[in-house]
Structures are given as C-alpha cells and as structure tokens.
Ligand binder design. Structure first.
Ligand code: URA
Length: 235
C-alpha cells in the first residue's frame, strides 16, 4: 500500500499529515527516505524520526448508531460523532454515512481497502432500511420503489421494497446516495418520519442496544472480504 496509507493505518497521522512527514524527509523506508509515491509491503521497515513504525491491528466494529450522532470523524458544530462511541485505539472510521437522525447498523474499521470496496457500487453491498412513513404506502408506491425512482442525480437501481406494517416500509438497496431512502420514499408520497438501518452487508443488530458496539468475529470479516473480492488476497 502507499506509504501515507501505511502511516495512517499505523495511527501515526492522517494521510495528509503523513504526506507532510514524508515531504519533510522524516520517513525512512528500508533506510532510504520515503517518497509520496513509495509503496510498502509487510516486509518493509518503516521509521519515522528514527523510530520503527509498527503496523496496527486491523479492527472491524459494528455500532448500533443512535439518533443525534453524526457519522463523521469530527463535527464543526461540535455534535457527538460515531467515533466517540467506539474505542479510539486503533483509530477506526465509519464506512459510508448515515444521517444524524438515522439509527442502526454502522461498520467502522481501519481497513481502508475493505472500507473502500464496501462503499463501491460495484460490489453491490446490501443495506436494509426500515422506514416509518407518514402515509400508508400503496401497492403502486412499493412497486415504484422496487423498480427505481428518478432522483436529481439519476434513477435508482432496482431495490426490494415490502410492507412491514401499515406505515412501515422495508427497503433493501445497494447504492449509498445521500439521503437516498428519504428521497425515494418522498418521491412516492411517503415522507419518512423515522429511519433505521436494520442490516448492513448481512450484519444485523441482534444483541446490540442503541449506542453499543461489538467487534466482528473472524468469520464475519471473512464474509465481508468474500463479498468484496478480497478473500483470495487476504493473508
Ligand atoms: N438514506 C437516507 O435517506 N438516510 C440515511 O441515513 C441512509 C440512507
């Protein structure tokens, strides 16, 4: 991986901060000054200011995001962030985003490669939402949600939509556009009043109260790697 990503994964600095360290000549790779385009592998010896850098353990956490917490690493308005709800060492970041008022399954990791793939439309990772809506959806509305909705940034991909209760819709999508579920439901006349993501990439919230997290087990991580074509590259 790139030297700046390696340093970021080791918790030395953000990628941008790592670039500054590299430019300042403070990073050595196998004894030679690292460059912005240097690639490093497990066998390489990396030092910052003469001290060896240990790679961080890859960590995968599933959080039951509560309402009122933002899905960013820091919030200019000073609101609580999801990273404050999980251990800070090693530093993990959320995969994708949920709106501040949306609750539910959110994955956080320091595995940049897996995070990138999970968020990439190509791998069609399934996200299941339960949307409580203002008005009872008609059969026609459910059909339209499933077939695709014309939004400002284009038509949504086919989805699965079903009624869970009189004013409760379950929507399974594999895209991750901004406010997608709220916009889709609004487009069929069903304003969302509450939104919860019940599953993400097959991971559900069983046993997790809002605000609580758990580490994924090995087989769950392997499943995510398989889903994103990383299984054969994992070592
Ligand atoms: N769709 C939305 O509208 N909001 C979310 O938080 C997630 C999906």
């Amino acid at each position: 991986m790139r030297l700046n990503a390696y340093l970021a994964r080791s918790g030395i600095a953000s990628r941008r901060g790592a670039d500054e360290l590299i430019k300042a000549g403070r990073v050595l790779v196998n004894g030679a000054p690292g460059q912005l385009n240097t690639f490093v592998a497990a066998r390489d010896r990396v030092e910052v200011d003469g001290k060896p850098v240990a790679k961080q353990k890859l960590t995968y956490l599933l959080l039951h995001k509560p309402a009122g917490v933002v899905t960013t690493a820091s919030d200019p308005q000073g609101r609580r962030t999801v990273v404050e709800l999980v251990p800070g060492d090693p530093r993990v970041v959320p995969v994708g985003r949920l709106d501040a008022d949306t609750t539910g399954a959110l994955l956080l990791t320091n595995d940049g490669q897996l995070a990138h793939r999970l968020a990439h439309p190509r791998y069609e990772v399934e996200k299941v939402y339960e949307a409580e809506v203002e008005r009872e959806p008609t059969g026609e509305a459910l059909r339209a949600l499933a077939e695709g909705i014309e939004l400002e940034d284009g038509r949504t991909a086919p989805a699965k939509a079903r009624r869970l209760g009189p004013k409760l819709i379950e929507l399974s999508i594999h895209e991750g556009r901004k406010h997608q579920v709220k916009l889709m439901c609004a487009a069929v006349g069903c304003q969302v009043v509450r939104l919860r993501r019940s599953r993400y990439a097959g991971l559900d919230l069983s046993g997790l109260a809002p605000g609580k997290w758990r580490a994924l087990d090995r087989s769950e991580v392997e499943t995510l790697q398989k889903l994103t074509g990383l299984a054969s590259e994992a070592g």
